[in-house]
Write a protein that binds this ligand. Structure first.
Ligand code: 5GP
Length: 218
């Protein structure tokens, strides 16, 4: 099996983090890339589980050291995917989910052309606003900023390979899971394809010959 790098993007409040979490609970073959960020931790967030929370200097040091597969600025803070985190998951043979914004997704597309990109749309603008307000983690100004960014992110959704609408969480999770399954069956992703097909075709030829011989003998 060749492990897949799955990029999940959506506007803030669109539900990609919940989809990623639930996908991880359901599938042992999927790992999550914990991002690094300079944003302060929200109440309930744990360093190393939700994010690696870094100072701006530390983040810059890692940028200079080439440690990021991608990184971008969002809402005045930096967010990035550490190569080491992704490599660790891929080496363990797991697909890796990246929950990242649009600019970072573009960088991943350039760096890893075989990555699969899914954009999660909210069912409506009102739902998006309700979800952001319901989290009670941001001020009205911050919510306004996030919704403004959301509008420009939705405009870029056409760049993605798949678009799904997050109406019911479990259904969205099932859809993302089927995308992973289908992508795994892609001809181009099959390891040693020519050898496997040649071997099987040869085995079938032998069966054909034996069937003919058995027919002639009876
Ligand atoms: P939040 O502050 O709500 O946790 O995340 C804000 C935005 O940053 C979300 O769209 C989230 O997907 C994105 N984000 C989180 N981690 C990364 C990352 O490693 N790289 C990039 N480019 N965006 C990220």
């Amino acid at each position: 099996m060749s492990a897949i790098l799955l990029v999940l993007s959506s506007p803030s409040g669109g539900g990609k983090t919940s989809i990623a979490r639930r996908l991880l609970e359901r599938r042992a073959d999927v790992g999550y890339s914990v991002s690094a960020t300079t944003r302060p931790a929200r109440a309930g967030e744990v360093d190393g589980r939700d994010y690696h929370f870094l100072s701006r200097d530390e983040f810059q040091r890692r940028v200079d050291g080439g440690q990021f597969l991608e990184w971008a600025e969002y809402g005045g803070h930096r967010y990035g995917t550490l190569r080491s985190v992704v490599d660790e998951q891929l080496a363990a043979g797991r697909h890796v989910v990246l929950d990242i914004e649009v600019e970072g997704a573009r960088q991943v597309r350039r760096a890893v052309p075989s990555s699969v990109h899914v954009f999660v749309l909210p069912p409506s603008a009102q739902t998006l606003r309700d979800r952001l307000e319901g989290r009670r983690t941001e001020s009205p100004e911050a919510i306004g900023r996030r919704l403004a960014i959301a509008a420009s992110e939705i405009a870029a959704a056409g760049e993605y390979d798949y678009l799904i609408t997050n109406r019911v969480l479990d259904e969205a999770v099932a859809t993302v899971s089927s995308i992973l399954d289908a992508e795994q069956c892609r001809t181009q992703r099959q390891p040693a394809l020519e050898e496997r097909l040649a071997e099987l075709a040869e085995a079938v030829r032998i069966e054909a010959e034996q069937a003919r011989t058995a027919g002639a003998a009876s």
